[in-house]
Design a protein around this ligand. Structure first.
Ligand SMILES: Nc1nc(=O)c2c([nH]1)NC[C@@H]1CN(c3ccc(C(=O)N[C@@H](CCC(=O)O)C(=O)O)cc3)C=[N+]21
Length: 298
């Protein structure tokens, strides 16, 4: 058995962003529409600051309109919902995203519910979850969408494959399972309460790990040749003590990469796998939303 192919999510995401930029250019020239994304950040969580800055930069680089709204950590639910309402009504904005997590006094589900489903580029509203589950045109969550693109690239046809999704969050596990099902996979959703998780995962041609437990998925869980997609991102202090003292972190996925790559057929690394796809898919979803809001075929 040879070593797994390492799936280069960073390169794939760069190509997808080029495609998005070309779509944006065509929308501007042919329809006079510039897709616009508004990101709302509450408080000053360090990781969120980095993600939101990256989103803004990549949105601009694709030729789109970008707005970042920074609100204080103690903002009231009413003030936050008022901003979401304003963005829903703003014709220059086609995508509205509230960065999570939000401080404890705010209710995530109520915030999501306030976002117009047609501008819900995170695909988190009940309306979009229902559309996805019903096979209707939807805006779908960016991370599972990126995983599907990588899987289709790695495997071509997914029909009839056995897929195991580890994790059942609304943001990742559930929509991932729906997308795999729509692609005619035989889908199992496993989670922290599943009995014999290793035994379940060993059946899979496709493993998507999205539990948020560092290096939980081991080599002896993997059927030889399986495609392994690692969605986990855990942060630890850098191995270099000097860098660690300066606050540098290293990212670790849900998969024990070094051992699993000896068994798998293909595997995504962390970082450089699914993460970059998430932001590229956010841009793609914003273009999709802009087209639909303007009645342009999409
Ligand atoms: N409303 C909302 N929508 C989100 O989509 C959302 C969110 N809130 N809150 C946080 C999570 C996390 N997330 C990531 C985006 C990009 C990378 C990414 O680009 N990761 C790089 C590394 C980045 C680094 O070095 O920190 C990689 O994996 O190679 C990771 C994670 C989006 N999220």
């Amino acid at each position: 058995m040879s070593e797994a192919r390492i799936i280069d999510g960073k390169a794939f995401a760069a190509k997808l962003r080029e495609q998005v930029a070309a779509d944006v250019q065509a929308l501007k020239v042919e329809h006079g529409v510039t897709p616009g994304l508004a990101v709302v950040l509450v408080g000053d969580d360090a990781a969120s600051q980095v993600y939101v800055r990256n989103k803004g930069e990549q949105t601009l680089a694709a030729g789109m309109h970008s707005e970042t709204h920074r609100l204080p950590a103690d903002v009231s639910q009413d003030d936050l919902l008022a901003l979401v309402g304003k963005l829903n009504a703003d014709p220059s904005i086609h995508g509205v995203l509230v960065q999570f997590p939000v401080p404890d006094h705010l209710k995530q589900s109520d915030i999501v519910a306030a976002i117009s489903p047609d501008k819900d580029v995170d695909g988190l509203t009940v309306t979009n979850a229902g559309r996805l589950a019903s096979g209707l045109p939807a805006l779908t969550p960016c991370t599972p969408l990126g995983c599907m693109m990588l899987l289709k690239d790695a495997l071509g046809d997914l029909r009839g494959k056995s897929a195991v999704v580890i994790g059942r969050s609304n943001l990742m596990g559930k929509p991932m399972a729906q997308m795999l099902l729509a692609a005619d996979c035989t889908v199992t959703i496993a989670h922290s309460r599943s009995q014999d998780l290793p035994g379940i995962v060993r059946q899979a041609d496709i493993v998507v790990a999205a539990v948020g437990r560092a290096e939980m998925v081991k080599a002896d869980w993997i059927k030889p040749g399986a495609v392994v997609i690692d969605v986990g991102i855990s942060r630890f202090p850098s191995r270099d003590p000097v860098a660690a003292a300066a606050g540098k972190t290293r990212l670790v996925g849900d998969v024990a990469f070094d051992e699993v790559k000896a068994v798998a057929g293909a595997i995504t690394p962390v970082p450089g796998g699914v993460g970059p796809m998430t932001i590229a898919c956010l841009l793609a979803n914003t273009v999709t939303a802009a087209k639909r809001l303007n009645g342009i075929g999409a």
